[in-house]
Design a protein around this ligand. Structure first.
Ligand code: CMP
Length: 142
């Protein structure tokens, strides 16, 4: 069965040609269908909603700043096991770890630091549905 996930190229990566187009190429090479895509600057409210599980963490404010500093590329990716496979392709949150353990991953190749780590992806199917609605509204993907 096909599954959907929300994938986002963060502003720091989306502002460079290499970041934006090379990451999208990696997405396609990995066999994902980009079912929907838009470029949009998240508002602080959207970023806070997006990352509500991180509310109160020491890096939360900085995370919201990083996510709202410019336009992001937001995509709905579709594939069997899309949530897990997109997380694999992103690699570990910390690019230092990513470079050591998953040199082919997007974060190993494109992340600046643990905060501005090039891409985001939903952690579960439930989060994916919530984040898709947060960014695209109530749409019928299928
Ligand atoms: P992301 O996959 O977008 O989901 C949560 C984000 O919080 C994560 O990527 C990082 O950008 C950020 N993050 C997680 N842990 C830390 C940390 N220890 N220090 C700074 N930022 C972090």
């Amino acid at each position: 069965p096909q599954e959907h996930t929300l994938a986002l190229i963060k502003p720091g990566a989306a502002k460079t040609h290499k970041g934006k187009y090379d990451i999208m190429q990696k997405v396609k090479d990995a066999g994902f269908t980009i079912s929907k895509i838009k470029e949009e600057a998240l508002t602080r409210e959207m970023a806070a909603q997006f990352y509500k599980d991180h509310t109160g963490k020491p890096f939360f404010e900085e995370l919201v700043n990083c996510m709202t500093e410019g336009p992001s590329v937001v995509m709905i990716l579709t594939k069997e096991n899309a949530v897990e496979e997109w997380r694999q392709l992103m690699g570990p949150t910390d690019p230092k770890v990513a470079k050591e353990t998953s040199p082919e991953s997007i974060r190993a190749q494109f992340a600046q630091d643990i905060l501005c780590n090039a891409v985001h992806g939903s952690s579960t199917r439930e989060h994916a549905l919530q984040s898709i609605e947060c960014v695209f509204g109530e749409i019928d993907i299928d």
